[in-house]
Design a protein around this ligand. Structure first.
Ligand code: FES
Length: 151
């Protein structure tokens, strides 16, 4: 498949580096937007690792995803200052509204929900990043309005 070919290209480029697994995975994700399941055996084989080892690294690092992201990624800040301003309730609301957990994408492919730890907007929590744009004081109704703009 094209994904497997992409993995082979990444192996050719980074396979001989020291600690090659992370650079290979980053290269694949940069190209494909995610680490599809079918490339894991190819990478394991290329680096003489077990499939479980590669899979373990992919699931351990939050940077890697196994499905492509939605058209827009919505990140909710869960760090302390935002928590003190109601981020937890906002997280529950967001998950319910979108019907997804963190790291997941809505079935229509519109939105991926993610968490983030401090967006540098602490005085204006809860902070939410929608695509590239930062929003402060996001209440549940305001969150719904932001989502409405995406659809
Ligand atoms: Fe949320 Fe800093 S704690 S932006």
């Amino acid at each position: 498949t094209a994904a497997e070919e992409c993995a082979r290209a990444a192996l050719a480029e980074h396979g001989s580096e020291r600690g090659p697994l992370l650079p290979v995975l980053h290269a694949v994700q940069e190209k494909l937007g995610c680490i599809p399941r079918d490339v894991i055996p190819v990478i394991a084989d290329g680096l003489n690792l077990s499939i479980a080892e590669v899979h373990g690294v992919v699931t351990f690092y939050k940077d890697f995803r196994s499905t492509p992201p939605g058209r827009t990624t919505v990140r909710i800040c869960r760090a302390e200052a935002c928590q003190a301003r109601g981020a937890n309730a906002l997280v529950e609301h967001a998950k319910r509204q979108l019907g997804v957990e963190f790291g997941e994408t809505t079935p229509d492919g519109a939105v991926t929900l993610d968490e983030v730890f401090c967006l540098g907007n602490c005085a204006l929590g809860p902070a939410v990043q929608v695509g590239e744009r930062l929003h402060g004081r996001v209440s549940p109704p305001r969150f719904d309005a932001l989502l409405g703009e995406l659809r």
